[in-house]
Design a protein around this ligand. Structure first.
Ligand code: BGC
Length: 361
């Protein structure tokens, strides 16, 4: 009898140990690239949360390659991962990796970017990406009184579902200002053709994004901005309003606009609150960014993983359609950062130390 009790308690203890310490790997995390500060920061935020999470984990990078991403997921599953957290390089291509994880009985959490066309996505932790785009539109509109202002639109990679959500948010605010003539789009015939339409279909957005995409690449952003300014006449320069899709591309585009002697002044958006862009904002070289607190996203993802490891499920606040299912999700709010609040919201809040910046008053 005693030996049965000992045996039973050993089984229970080892069952707990496999949650607490992991029999094999507990959680595998796959991030899109090391080439952008955004994802290096997410890695650091994950490492900080994981230190105290009490389970085993590993973080791999896909370097902008869906085949590598899938190989990463397979490697983590082979090590026994029970939960896979993926930020897909390409939302549709990642469906295969998600399906494979499901076949291995692992839970799949889509991180920041949604995995498309797969029923194997269990949960989505994200920022409110439509709000990010709306913040750009609101900022640019707040700087424009009168009519006929030059607007340059840029977008993220069409393979990233977020690029559509950002665009949808921006369009929602900017479209009435296109319709009433406050802004005139200088670099997209598709946007001009659709300026009377408040709600665009995905296919219509894809047509505009196709003309103004940066592919999330600094080099593509720079060449597109150069080509746009080469094609623009003097009247399309002067004061420019630039809707740039993230900080890396914003700095590349801002540098091009700053070099053109016919551009007297420009307003330019961004997102991610990258350190380099915070310095650009302090120096007046970028007008705004959108702070997406990666500490919150990483801890939400880890909390969801813990819920799964314990046999439960994380709470959902909303669902996002991914082409196959409505994925339960937790979206996090975002904050607009300009020169006016940069000190309080970025260094005052402890997001970055003030010593990382010059001339912060
Ligand atoms: C993310 C942005 C990021 C961009 C490029 C988007 O999916 O939401 O924060 O700047 O990808 O990596």
């Amino acid at each position: 009898m005693k030996s049965v009790r000992v045996l039973l308690s050993t089984i229970i203890l080892s069952a707990f140990a496999s949650i607490a310490q992991g029999a094999g790997l507990d959680v595998g995390i796959v991030l899109p690239t090391k080439d952008e500060p955004r994802w290096i920061q997410d890695q650091a935020r994950f490492q900080a949360v994981l230190k105290t999470a009490g389970f085993s984990s590993e973080i791999l990078f896909s370097q902008g390659d869906s085949a590598k991403e899938r190989a990463n997921v397979e490697a983590l599953l082979t090590k026994g991962a029970k939960v896979i957290i993926i930020c897909p390089h390409d939302g549709a291509a990642a469906a295969a990796a998600a399906n494979e994880a499901r076949r291995s009985k692992a839970k799949v959490i889509s991180y920041d970017r949604l995995i498309l066309n797969s029923a194997a996505v269990d949960y989505y932790v994200t920022f409110d990406s439509v709000q990010v785009g709306a913040a750009w539109g609101t900022y640019l509109s707040s700087q424009a009184t009168g009519k006929g202002h030059n607007l340059y639109l840029y977008a993220g990679a069409a393979s990233d579902n977020n690029a559509f959500l950002f665009f949808e948010g921006a369009w929602g605010v900017l479209q009435p200002k296109l319709a009433d003539g406050t802004f005139v789009v200088c670099n997209s015939s598709e946007a001009n053709g659709l300026k009377g339409k408040a709600k665009l279909s995905r296919e219509e957005m894809a047509r505009i994004i196709g003309q103004v995409t940066t592919n999330w690449s600094f080099n593509d952003a720079k060449s597109k901005a150069e080509a746009n300014l080469t094609a623009a006449n003097k009247a399309m320069k002067g004061i420019a309003y630039v809707c740039a899709p993230n900080d890396g591309t914003a700095r590349a585009i801002a540098d091009v606009f700053a070099m053109d002697k016919d551009v007297k002044k420009f307003f330019i958006t961004g997102q991610d609150a990258e350190k380099a862009s915070i310095q650009y904002i302090i120096d007046g070289r970028q007008s705004m960014t959108v702070l997406k607190d990666t500490r919150v996203l990483a801890s939400d993802a880890v909390a969801a993983a813990v819920a799964y490891l314990k046999g439960g499920a994380p709470a959902k606040a909303k669902t996002y359609p991914n082409g196959k299912i409505d994925v339960p999700a937790k979206p996090t709010a975002v904050i607009t950062i300009t020169k006016a609040n940069v000190k309080a919201a970025i260094t005052g809040s402890g997001y970055y130390p003030a010593s990382d910046f010059k001339n912060l008053k």
